[in-house]
Design a protein around this ligand. Structure first.
Ligand code: DOR
Ligand code: ZN
Length: 346
């Protein structure tokens, strides 16, 4: 049986939510990943040092860990939640105080996606300059949800001018184009040395046809929405060849079934428990398994300058039947069989 071993997989863009949902989904990622960059779009969003520390504590508690006086006790597996702050116009003093508790700051254009109402409503350079200069000096990466408020299929391409403005005015600031979905974003990557990108597994597999070409598929609906075959081809070229400025970020975004199968479907595809299996299947089918380690871990380690705890994940080419539900959440490919499964984690 064909097998493939991954060391310290990292998910560089993950939604863990809070409360019961956090308890359901956090162990599904911590099982097979060494760490994940945790998105701050809670209600209300994560905007203070106290918010960051308290949320990290709740994540650790959801993983069955007990914290005492800043030390995490009872660690049953190795998993690091890399925390983020929701972008606001923060001052330098605040950022200096919080820098050791966060991996990045996540910027959302106001109202563009789930829980982003408090995001940025105008990309005015001078308004943003103090925050971005301080982030640049403190080496805090800026993760960006890059969509305009234009026509849905053009939103990401229209946002490229903002990426250019950010990358050129703050050449030492690491700007990460999150969950890219277009050939325009793929092409932008090499134009600025300080631009990076994450790519999800679902955007490597589906196009808009899979979402809305037949019967509407709410569990494949997300923002940014999947685009055209030529866009997917550009993403595949980056991921399968493990472009050094590209990292895996699942953007696994759980919503309860009733919020997805509804009039007014919430945006988000839940892939956390099947992401590595799908990636193995995809890279194997393209004869690129040797590049998967860079895509799911090594590139991210270099870009973020992180050194995760050791974890070895063995995958095998053996069918895995995707459960219909994880708690209240329906995963991508629910009830279907995928070709690879996880056989061992150490
Ligand atoms: O589809 C999405 N879901 N895109 C986002 O940007 C946010 C996410 C969520 O939080 O549900
Ligand atoms: Zn996201």
């Amino acid at each position: 049986m064909k097998s493939h071993t991954l060391l310290m997989p990292l998910d560089m863009h993950l939604h863990l939510r809070d409360g019961v949902m956090l308890e359901t989904v956090a162990p599904l990622t911590s099982y097979s990943f060494s760490g994940a960059v945790v998105m701050p779009n809670l209600v209300p969003p994560v905007t203070t040092k106290e918010d960051v520390i308290a949320y990290k504590k709740r994540i650790n508690a959801a993983l069955g860990r007990v914290e005492e006086a800043d030390d995490v006790l009872m660690v049953d597996d190795f998993f690091e939640p890399y925390m983020t702050l929701f972008y606001q116009h923060y001052d330098r003093e605040f950022l200096e105080d919080v820098v050791d508790d966060i991996a990045a700051v996540k910027l959302y254009p106001a109202g563009i996606t789930t829980n982003s109402e408090g995001g940025v409503d105008s990309f005015d350079l001078e308004t943003m300059r103090p925050t971005l200069e301080a982030m640049s000096d403190l080496n805090i990466p800026l993760c960006v949800h890059g969509e305009s408020d234009g026509f849905v299929m053009d939103r990401e391409a229209e946002f490229m001018s903002v990426y250019e403005m950010l990358a050129s005015n703050f050449p030492k600031l690491k700007v990460i184009m999150e969950h890219i979905t277009t050939k325009e974003a793929a092409a932008m990557l090499d134009r600025y040395p300080n631009l990076y990108a994450t790519i999800t597994v679902h955007h490597l597999l589906i196009t808009l046809d899979d979402v809305a070409g037949g019967m509407l598929q709410p569990h494949l609906f997300c923002k940014p929405i999947a685009k055209r075959p030529k866009d997917r081809a550009a993403l595949l070229d980056l991921a399968l060849n493990a472009h050094p400025k590209v990292m895996f970020g699942s953007d696994s975004a759980p919503h309860p079934q009733h919020a997805k199968e509804a009039c007014g479907c919430a945006a988000g595809v839940f892939t956390a428990p099947i992401a590595l299996q799908l990636l193995c299947e995809l890279f194997d089918a393209n004869d690129k398994l040797d590049n998967l380690q860079n895509f799911v871990s090594d590139n991210a380690q270099s870009i973020y300058g992180i050194c995760p705890e050791f974890k070895e994940v063995v995958l095998v080419e053996s069918p895995f039947e995707v459960p219909e539900h994880y708690g209240s959440v329906v995963p991508m490919y629910a009830g279907e069989t995928i070709a690879w499964s996880i056989s061992n984690v150490e």
